[in-house]
Design a protein. Structure first.
Length: 182
């Protein structure tokens, strides 16, 4: 299989189902941003972090591919069976958030991104996740999107925020508190 097909040289691409759309189409923007998020998750996973986090991040990467396949499908024409998200995927993120929060100090201030490189990458991934969520919500106002995609992205951004805090905590790095100038 060739990597390049030249079929996109005029600014169009195909959705699963065969529909040709401009590369700036919201559906393309949606799954492209999810792909960008997945790359950042891979970068976080490549750091020297506890294996439990790596395992969870691997599972998240799998779910992001599921989301990408869902978003890349023409909801009116695709007959291809693609994997789907389950409520248990969201519950897994919530359980991880709750477990980390049991150990972390109570959040009484806004946290500025940073502290350590891996925590900074978590914050970047969180921001990309929020952007993906906004684009997917916009897409859902115009076309069918499985509601689990929006819920999962929303919970994933929360997970990435808490993971950034937990990684700093594990390394005994103080959080960057925002102290507003008033």
């Amino acid at each position: 299989m060739k990597i390049y097909t030249k079929s996109g040289d005029k600014g169009l691409t195909s959705l699963i189902g065969g529909t040709r759309v401009p590369k700036h189409d919201l559906r393309i923007e949606s799954y492209g941003t999810v792909d960008e998020l997945n790359s950042y998750i891979g970068m976080i996973k490549d750091h020297d972090i506890d294996q439990i986090y790596k395992d969870i991040l691997s599972e998240i990467q799998d779910r992001l591919f599921t989301i990408g396949a869902s978003l890349a499908s023409d909801p009116e024409k695709s007959k291809m069976k693609i994997p789907d998200l389950h409520l248990s995927d969201v519950v897994m993120l919530e359980k991880q958030i709750d477990q980390m929060n049991e150990i972390l100090p109570e959040l009484k201030h806004f946290v500025l991104p940073g502290g350590t490189q891996v925590a900074s990458f978590c914050h970047i991934a969180r921001c990309v996740c929020r952007r993906a969520e906004r684009i997917v919500v916009h897409l859902s106002s115009e076309s069918f999107v499985d509601e689990m995609v929006i819920i999962y992205l929303n919970r994933l951004s929360d997970y990435l925020f808490v993971l950034a805090r937990k990684l700093c905590f594990d390394l005994d790095i103080p959080e960057n508190q925002w102290n507003p100038r008033v």
